[in-house]
Write a protein that binds this ligand. Sequence first.
Ligand code: FAD
Ligand code: SF4
Length: 610
Amino acid sequence: MIVAHPSLPGVRRVFLSNPKAQTEYDVIVVGSGAGGGMAAYQLAVAGLKVLVLEAGRNYDPVRETPMFKLPREAPLRGAGYREKPFGFYDATVDGGWEVPGEPYTNAPGTDFRWWRARMLGGRTNHWGRISLRMGEYDFKPKTRDGLGADWPLTYQDLAPYYDRTEMLIGVYGGDDDLENTPRSSPGVLQPAPAPRAVELLAKKACGPLKIPVIPAHLAIMTKRQDANTLPKRIHPDNPLAQRVLAQSMRERQACFWATPCGNGCSIKANFQSTTVLLPPALATGNVDIVPDAMVREVTVDRTGKATGVSYIDKRTRTDRHVKARVVVLAASAAETARILLNSKSEQAPNGVSNSSGLVGKYLMDTVGAGLGGQIPILENLPPHNTDGASGMHMYMPWWLYQEQLAGKLGFARGYHIEFGGGRSMPGNGTFSGLETYTQGAYGKRLKEEARRYYGSFMWFDGRGEMIPNEDSYCDIDPDTVDQWGIPVLRFHWKWSEHETRQAAHMQKTFAEIIEAMGGKLTGRVETDGSRAIARGGQIIHEVGTCRMGDDPRTSVVNQYGQSWDVKNLFITDGATFVSNADKNPTLSILALAWRSCDHLLDELQKRNIG
Ligand SMILES: Cc1cc2nc3c(=O)[nH]c(=O)nc-3n(C[C@H](O)[C@H](O)[C@H](O)COP(=O)(O)OP(=O)(O)OC[C@H]3O[C@@H](n4cnc5c(N)ncnc54)[C@H](O)[C@@H]3O)c2cc1C
Ligand code: SF4
């Protein structure tokens, strides 16, 4: 029985109460975030019948986004707390660093953090929208410096998918063409927003330091998409796709520069799976979505072919099984590994698709370190509004490729710099730490001091590449299950010296920039990289665990995310990443997912699978 779901229009809750009456789908997609949303959309517009199983609850971004709420309307003035670590109005309605009843564990000596969003659309409801392409070097890192592994594809293989993904979701940016920082094809990107004063000031200071400061790329629309021409350019031979995409584009507005993207965007100006991918997917009539469906296992037949998945219906706490010709896993990098490792059978005692023994291995995050500064030239500015997109308008790509290649830096891979400051809309924490500057002022003088310093603080965060290593991985904890009885993940983690030295280099660079701006550091420059570096998982860019490759002995999937062992099983999330370039991963997850779907459709057409 299928009934209309009351929340996200078109989301139906599908009850599969009688196993004999179960619908058989062409494809089951597990997860509805970046990788799952893209897979559901691409396969549905290609005409396949798709079932999306999502562990989180249904979520309607138009109705539920607290976009216009002010911090003063919230408890604790909107500050974060255990259940809402990123603030009361954060779009993550269910999840965070902890998910009640669904623990994970750390092996002795490991301090890994795992952020999960248990909701339709996953983490795309909240993410920072920073959308950088990987460059040519990033696909062949081992060829360049002998470390880690190369990807089984090149930048040129993925470039057309980057173009189409950027047009589809709406990404703003510039057309700079710097080393290993590729530009998009003409007409693909939305215009970059004008730089803010603090960004221009940083650019000026970075000139003599030879650090480039260029327009950032964020999945935010600075103007409305052209619904008459773009869908035809994106899907040239597919009238169904053109129709549903044009309708979806017409429902999206351009950014009006006023509200924090982390709370979600009910006007659909930025990219969320729930505003950009799932609505047109549903409009095809080819997709059913089952929220509250916690997948625990991929089932296979005697020939090793995937038959479907088993999941827990969280509302009734009952076990269900659904069948399909193809299974796509996109539950996020770590959770996908968990599902595979828990899918044990006689033929696959170590888990499905794990003949290489590599499922769970080579887990990576992004290297992170930050520093702030107070910039006297920005004090006492007249009241003005520097709001814009709630993320950066400019950033600094990695600039020391040649020095690194010549072995001058002492670490192997680079980082980009995200930065900001200025007089944006005050949120929780805007004036925290002010007492360091106000020497005990209170009353009228405190107000004057607050006005003086408001907008004079800047922050700098490095986001760098981690090289995969043997000590960073996840496996199944033999002693712990979650509230659904599913064995949980146990993390093992170690940064190498390449990462810790990189973190120390970040700190030194940020201090140089702040000083070049005439500023004072608000923190200490940490020369010991192992103290400066963020915890594993803390940057929430975890990828790896089911790496792609050319050889089934050294990889879990091929370059299309297709399992070597189970041909009708695909992975479209960050699990397939071979390395974790300094470029934030989600744009690449989306582009790779699209490429995987094209291959999946080819394989079905050639009757190689299904
Ligand atoms: C605060 C924050 C800021 C970020 N900023 C950026 C940024 O600026 N740029 C960038 O590139 N990336 C950023 N990221 C990371 C980005 O969100 C992820 O890379 C991206 O969402 C990963 O997509 P995914 O499809 O793999 O996973 P998700 O988006 O997490 O989706 C996975 C989905 O699968 C569901 N699921 C999990 N387990 C199961 C199961 N067993 N059964 C069924 N369903 C399941 C989940 O509930 C979820 O909906 C940020 C993340 C956070 C939290
Ligand atoms: S800043 Fe723009 S894109 Fe972000 S939530 Fe506000 S309107 Fe939407």
